[in-house]
Write a protein that binds this ligand. Structure first.
Ligand code: SF4
Length: 427
């Protein structure tokens, strides 16, 4: 079965990904990854790798900027830190960074980032000859190309299966640098592909004429999100060694709910393979509970990108870049117990209906009956960030630390912690 690789944009998200069944996490420290705002401090990075290993989960560090000379300065120290932290591999895109890492830490396995744009089997052979252990293939590949590369090389192949997409080539993009002076290839993307664009005639400043591709609107660069959940059997048949979820900048809820979904799907497929052998993959369809759960995780709509054919207008979200989540994150269990200690992630009110996300796709529905704050006072409303003892009917008796609570549907789009910014350049 492929390894399930999850984003760890913070120590908390790392622990949530581990709780919901990730086999491996990817994280970063310093300014050397393509999510500079999701970088952990050196201490957090060391602690994160140790935590992952204690739970038999692998930890990979992203060092995948496309470096300029000036970026090379602190890299030797950073690579040394990663070596000492005991990361299981580093993820690189730049041949210069690759060669530096090889020289300084030859024992560190290297995974090639999607940013290196491996789109053909000769490229794959080239990187295999360089000693790379794993290739994260370009997102512009179809399933048959993946299978051809699988037959050509013996090294591990990793495929992005879920998350935001860039309209640029596997994340190589100058839009953010051009418009905002923030370079996506150095991890500073400001996501201008999600903006609404208009046309202005140069002698009529301030008069904007909408750009309309068709009657649906003007978000000309705004791609739907990737989701290959229902194609896992095809990806396994094609020989994928690891499936990766994008989203180090996204919410803890997104990470936990998405990892849980893919973990459950992989476990189901694995059981069917054990019972029926490889033929199980040909006709395997995931039960409808998977689609229902998928709908509860916010998105811009889903696309399968290049998997079966190049994307077209139906794979873009021209109507806008907002999303209307059916559910919002409500809280994170900080301590199991009766009642459990919960950190609120959006306002929780007495009488709110909540859903606890147990491992597997089991959801426990309950209603808030009593809340006590850190001073032991009864409260009617808990604001985001508050730590509360949460009594419910029925009681949340079988919850675990790092388990998630959600509620929905939201009355407004005020989804406090949810962030759906992002693009391909997440490793
Ligand atoms: S998310 Fe991707 S396509 Fe959008 S601006 Fe950033 S790098 Fe470019």
């Amino acid at each position: 079965m492929p390894e399930l690789l999850a984003p760890a944009g913070s120590l908390d998200k790392l622990k949530i990904a581990v709780h919901y069944g990730a086999d491996a996490v990817y994280l970063s420290g310093g300014p050397y990854s393509l999510r500079s705002r999701a970088a952990l401090s050196s201490e957090e990075l060391v602690a994160g790798v140790a935590y992952a290993h204690r739970h038999r989960v692998k930890a990979y560090a992203t060092v995948n900027i496309l470096a300029h000379n000036r970026d090379l300065g602190g890299l030797p120290e950073h690579i040394d830190l990663l070596r000492q932290a005991g990361v299981d591999a580093i993820i690189v895109a730049d041949p210069g960074v690759f060669s530096l890492a090889r020289r300084l830490a030859p024992e560190l396995p290297i995974h090639l980032s999607t940013q290196a744009n491996v789109t053909n089997l000769e490229s794959a052979r080239f990187w295999q000859a360089q000693g790379v252990r794993r290739l994260n293939l370009a997102r512009e590949l179809g399933l048959s190309e993946l299978a051809e590369i699988r037959r050509a090389v013996g090294i591990e192949l990793e495929v992005f299966v879920h998350g935001a997409l860039c309209v640029s080539y596997s994340g190589r993009c100058a839009l953010s640098l051009y418009l905002n002076g923030r370079d996506a290839n150095l991890g500073q993307c400001t996501h201008p592909c999600r903006y609404r664009y208009a046309l202005m005639e140069e002698r009529r400043p301030g008069q904007y004429f909408p750009v309309e591709e068709d009657s649906r609107g003007a978000y000309i660069f705004n791609s739907k999100d990737l989701c290959l959940l229902h194609r896992l059997p095809d990806l396994i048949t094609a020989g994928t060694d690891a499936i990766k979820i994008e989203g180090r900048m996204k919410s803890a809820y997104y990470v936990g709910a998405t990892v849980r979904l893919y973990r459950t799907a992989l476990d189901l497929i694995s059981r069917r393979l054990d019972q029926e052998g490889p033929e199980a993959l040909t006709a395997l369809r995931l039960p409808s509970a998977f689609a229902e759960e998928l709908a509860k995780i916010g998105s811009r709509g889903y696309t399968e990108n290049f998997l079966h054919h190049p994307p077209g207008a139906e794979d873009m979200q021209h109507q806008g870049s907002d999303y209307q989540p059916t559910h919002v994150p409500a809280g994170i269990i900080r301590q199991a117990g009766n009642p459990p200690l919960v950190e609120a992630r959006s306002p929780i009110l007495l009488g709110d209906g909540l859903e606890y996300l147990a491992q597997g796709l089991k959801n426990a529905r309950t209603v808030v009956t009593k809340m006590t704050n850190a001073d032991g006072k009864l409260i009617r409303r808990a604001n985001p960030g508050a730590l509360i003892q949460l009594a419910t009917d029925p009681p949340l008796s079988a919850v675990a630390e790092f388990g998630l609570l959600r509620k929905g549907p939201p009355a407004t789009t005020d989804a406090p912690e949810a962030s759906l910014a992002g693009g391909t350049q997440d490793a």
